[in-house]
Structure formats: structure tokens, C-alpha cells
Design a protein around this ligand. Structure first.
Ligand SMILES: Nc1nc2c(ncn2[C@@H]2O[C@H](COP(=O)(O)OP(=O)(O)OP(=O)(O)O)[C@@H](O)[C@H]2O)c(=O)[nH]1
Length: 536
């Protein structure tokens, strides 16, 4: 049987551990300033961001859990400068359950190493050291305060992860970070005391911590990290620790290594508790690859250490559900699944792109169709009017020139009657392609209706329009528009011209009506000719 150690063991005083101890510059260049976490470890958290109404409600709350007397006493001691093993042991001993917890922890595989069993509180405290004693005492206090089990699991995983991370990245802060990670969610206890059922409905499923934080911000104007810091101070927790609790849930990209370890510990716990821990851990590993200072620290060995330490820890902290997951294996499988997921996502994305391209093409075709006369392929009446209105606005604003031809094929009724509508259609189609050939780029030829056509001539004066019209008449004389029984069939047209220089014109309809009137004049004057407001 082990006997009480006769060593006059003296614990490192908490206050001394909180003393500002700059982290030496690292060769990886991540941390070349002192750690603000350590530098401010004795400073109280800034509770300014706690909304006034919420602060008042917390102060007036009658149901806020208090800590068992022994726990409060240990916390009080932890604020003093010089505290010895005896004082801690004496504070713990009056509470038999707490004493049992501390002794069991000291005899666990994690703390025992090669030593013998300890049976006294004094020896247990001596073996555990100040930070682990405080952690054990706080975990006892938190269970008494009834922190919800999912968050308790989170806290335990996070605390072990924080210590493992800190041992690799900022060993000076390992103890402080272990305790801070363990306490990071105590704010939930405060919110449960305020709004029990309403708040409980917001409690996340495993791995949805971020959602809980966002819901808290919406409902309370701050999240449980800040409330946790307030609660910790009200329990007499050392201010530096309360400050770490307030800081525990911020972004990973912070630049401070100790804060990064603390915040990452929560992310690791969330990933481990997620419905698909493999994929969640693989996603986290991907995120870390881009995080400055962590490229050299792969997640896999850290998870291996976590896997080795967690079962004993969960058992000690009296967790009902063992948290035995083979994280490294999970990470490996998760990475593969992530690759598969990414591949299937990119296949789906390519498919969507193809569908989108098809849709765009269909849309463009539909739009084109809505502008086009189906028989001739020229612009239809609506599109002609729309474009003419636009041209009129632009030309009037720039005081430029604009002219329009209104073309009507002569004696078309006769042609239909004599040779049939089929041949009439052929003539219309051939005339349309001749017109298309004749006009310049930038002009717009369209079928206005029946055997009537319009050509918009931007930048053209009345004289210029007359040249185009005459060229068209000459073409009709030279080029047959169909063949009947092997014989060429020629048609003629009457053309009216409207031009902005001839008369002020306010709209497309007005300009077309002007040209139409001139076209009728051409008909009256004998057809196969051009007519303008100003005779040429
Ligand atoms: N084949 C065919 N005929 C059409 C089409 N649209 C209109 N028409 C015909 O074109 C003819 C136009 O006749 P009118 O307005 O009397 O004029 P016109 O016979 O050309 O006589 P003028 O214009 O005075 O020289 C009508 O018989 C219409 O049926 C079409 O798409 N295809």
C-alpha cells in the first residue's frame, strides 16, 4: 500500500503560472511576437460586449448554479500567489466525492506513469500538479452544475486536444489551455439557468456548435463564450482563465499560437462529434493546410495521441459514453470519401454547366425567333419598330441622319391569283434574300407585313436612301424573283422614303407612316419608282 509522500511538495503557484512568459520566436515565422494569451493571462476578460439587459438578467438570476463549497475554495486558493499541496488537499478533503475523484485521477494510467497508487488527497494533488488538479476540481463542479452531456463530451475532447496541440506548438501554455478548453462552454449553463426550455431547444446536435453560436447571437446579442467568461468570474475563476474562455470560440486565423490551439481544440471536438466524423476531420485537415504555421503539423499524429488519451480521460471525468473512435483511421477514410464527394460534386457541376449552356443557347434561339419573320428570316414588324425607336432616340440625341425605305411589291395580288400562293411565297422569300444582300452592315431590313418590307438606314440622308432604293429597283429589273414554266418572273416595287432631315419625326410609327404615304404616292405615280417628301 502506498504511503503518504513525505516530500514537502510545493505546487507551482497558479499566479506564477499565469505570469507573463513570452513565447520565444519560432523558426516557422508564425509567432514572432509574445503570445497575447499569455501576456494578458492575468488580465480580466473584456465584458463590454455583453449586452446590458443580458448582464442584468444574469445578475438577477436566482437559478444560476453555484459551485460546491470545496470547488469554490480551490478556486479561491488558485488566485493566491503561493499555494502549497497541503492547502489544496485541505480544501478538497472536506468533500469526499471530490476527494475520490482527485485520487482516482491521480491513479489513472495517464498520470500514474511508473509510480505507485496514491491513496491520500495530498499525494494525489502532488502528482497531478496545479493545472490538472484545477481541471479535476472544475469538472466535478461542472457536473454538479449539470452541463448538458453533448457539451461535456465536447469539453473533454477539446481539453485533451488543446493540451496535445499546445505541447507541440506552445508548451508554455499547455496547462492553461487544457483548463480553458475544458471550461469553454460553461456559458451554456448560464443560458440554461436563464431560459431553460427555450434555450434547450437551441442546443445543437453533435458537431453543430457553430449553429448554436449563431442562434445565441441572434437571441442574446452575444454567444456563450462571453457569458461563460462572466460566469467564470462570478465563480471566482482566475481572470486570465476567464479571458481565455471569452476568447475560445473566435476564428482560427488569429496569428496567436496559444489562441489558435484553444480554438482549434473546439473544432477538433466538433469534427469528432459530427454525424460523419471522418469527413468532418478530413475537411478540418484541409482547412489547416492553408493555415499559416500549421502546415508543418499534420493532424493525423495529433488525432492518434487523442485516440490514446481520451478513453481514460472520459472514464475519469465520469462520462457515460466512451469516446473511443480511431481518429487516424477515420481521417484516412474521411479523406477518401472527401475525394469521392468532390469528384461527384464536380461531375454534377459539369452537368449543371452543360445544362446551363443548353439553356442559354435555347434562350438565344428563342429570342432570335421572337425577332424574326419565320417565312423570310428577316426582322419582323415588332423588332423593326423596336430598333427604329432606339435608332431615333440615338440619332436625335446626336443630331445625326436616319432614313427609312417602305417597299411594297407591285400587283402582288395579281401574281398570287395568276400563279398561286406557293409561287407568291417563293417570290417573297427570294426578294427577302436579295434585300438582305443589298443592304449594308448596320442597316436593318425587315418584313413589315404581307408583301411590305422596311429598311432602316442609320446615318443616311434622303439622297443616300434614294440611291439605295434605286439600286433595289435596278436589281429587280435585272434579277427574276422566280421561274414559271421555265420562264423568269420579274417583279417591281414601289418605294417610299422618310428621312429625319425632311421633317421632325417623334416615333417609329410616325416615320413608317411618312414613308408609307410616300410609297402610296409612288403607286399613284405609276409604280416601280421611288418617292420622297423632297422630290429628288
Ligand atoms: N403569297 C403570299 N401573298 C401574300 C402574303 N401576304 C400578303 N399577300 C398578298 O399580297 C396581296 C397584296 O395585295 P394588294 O394589297 O391589293 O396590293 P397589290 O396587289 O400588290 O397591288 P399594289 O400594291 O397596288 O400594287 C394580297 O393578295 C395578299 O393576299 C404572303 O405571305 N404570301
Amino acid at each position: 500500500m502506498a504511503t503518504r509522500s513525505v516530500r514537502a511538495a510545493r505546487l507551482t503557484p497558479f499566479a506564477a503560472r499565469r505570469i507573463i512568459r513570452p513565447i520565444p520566436p519560432r523558426s516557422n515565422g508564425v509567432h514572432d511576437t509574445d503570445s497575447p494569451v499569455l501576456a494578458e493571462a492575468s488580465a480580466a476578460p473584456d465584458l463590454q460586449a455583453l449586452p446590458a439587459g443580458l448582464s442584468r438578467r444574469l445578475q438577477e438570476c436566482q437559478t444560476l448554479p453555484s459551485l460546491p463549497a470545496a470547488v469554490s475554495q480551490v478556486l479561491r486558493l488558485s488566485r493566491e500567489e503561493e499555494v502549497g499541496t497541503d492547502q489544496f488537499a485541505r480544501a478538497i478533503e472536506p468533500d469526499p466525492a471530490l476527494t475520490l475523484r482527485v485520487v482516482a485521477l491521480a491513479n489513472s494510467a495517464y498520470y500514474r506513469r511508473a509510480g505507485q497508487d496514491v491513496v491520500t488527497c495530498h499525494d494525489a494533488v502532488s502528482r497531478l500538479g496545479s493545472e490538472a488538479t484545477l481541471a479535476a476540481v472544475m469538472s466535478f463542479g461542472l457536473q454538479a452544475a449539470r452541463i448538458p452531456e453533448p457539451l461535456w463530451h465536447r469539453a473533454v475532447i477539446a481539453s485533451v486536444a488543446a493540451r496535445e496541440l499546445a505541447q507541440r506548438l506552445c508548451p508554455e501554455s499547455a496547462g492553461l489551455l487544457f483548463t480553458s478548453a475544458l471550461l469553454q462552454d460553461i456559458g451554456v449553463i448560464g443560458l440554461l439557468a436563464l431560459d431553460d426550455e427555450a434555450y434547450r431547444r437551441q442546443l445543437p446536435h453533435h458537431g453543430e456548435h457553430l449553429r448554436l453560436m449563431l442562434a445565441e447571437h441572434d437571441a442574446y446579442g452575444c454567444d456563450h463564450a462571453l457569458i461563460g467568461a462572466w460566469l467564470a468570474l462570478s465563480w471566482g475563476v482566475p481572470p486570465g482563465l476567464a479571458r481565455c474562455i471569452a476568447d475560445s470560440h473566435g476564428p482560427l486565423e488569429d496569428g496567436d499560437m496559444a489562441r489558435l490551439c484553444l480554438r482549434l481544440s473546439g473544432r477538433i471536438a466538433d469534427a469528432r462529434l459530427a454525424p460523419d466524423p471522418g469527413v468532418a476531420l478530413a475537411r478540418l485537415a484541409q482547412q489547416l493546410e492553408h493555415l499559416e504555421g500549421l502546415q508543418a503539423m499534420p493532424l493525423a499524429p495529433l488525432l492518434q495521441a487523442l485516440h490514446a488519451r481520451l478513453p481514460a480521460m472520459s472514464q475519469l471525468l465520469a462520462l457515460t459514453q466512451p469516446l473511443a473512435l480511431d481518429d487516424e483511421d477515420l481521417l484516412h477514410q474521411g479523406k477518401q470519401r472527401l475525394v469521392e464527394l468532390t469528384l461527384s460534386l464536380s461531375t454534377r457541376l459539369q452537368q449543371r454547366h452543360r445544362e446551363l449552356d443548353d439553356l442559354r443557347r435555347e434562350n438565344a434561339a428563342l429570342e432570335q425567333r421572337s425577332h424574326t419573320d419565320p417565312m423570310t428570316g428577316l426582322a419582323n414588324r415588332a423588332w423593326l419598330e423596336h430598333c427604329l425607336d432606339q435608332r431615333l432616340d440615338e440619332t436625335t440625341a446626336q443630331a445625326g441622319a436616319l432614313a427609312l425605305l417602305f417597299i411594297d411589291l407591285d400587283h402582288f395580288k395579281q401574281l398570287n391569283d395568276r400563279h398561286g400562293h406557293g409561287l407568291g411565297d417563293r417570290v417573297l422569300i427570294n426578294f427577302a434574300s436579295a434585300l438582305r444582300e443589298l443592304v449594308r452592315e448596320g442597316d436593318l431590313a425587315g418584313r413589315y407585313g404581307g408583301e411590305e418590307f422596311v429598311v432602316i438606314l442609320p446615318g443616311e440622308t434622303s439622297d443616300g436612301a434614294r440611291v439605295v432604293a434605286s439600286r433595289l429597283l435596278a436589281l429587280l429589273v435585272a434579277q427574276p424573283m422566280a421561274e414559271v414554266a421555265g420562264e423568269p418572273l420579274f417583279v417591281s416595287a414601289s418605294i417610299g422614303i422618310a428621312s429625319l432631315e425632311d421633317a421632325p419625326i417623334g416615333s417609329a410609327q410616325e416615320m413608317i407612316a411618312t414613308a408609307d404615304r410616300q410609297m402610296y404616292r409612288a403607286k399613284r405615280d405609276g409604280r416601280a419608282r421611288v418617292s420622297t417628301v423632297r422630290p429628288g
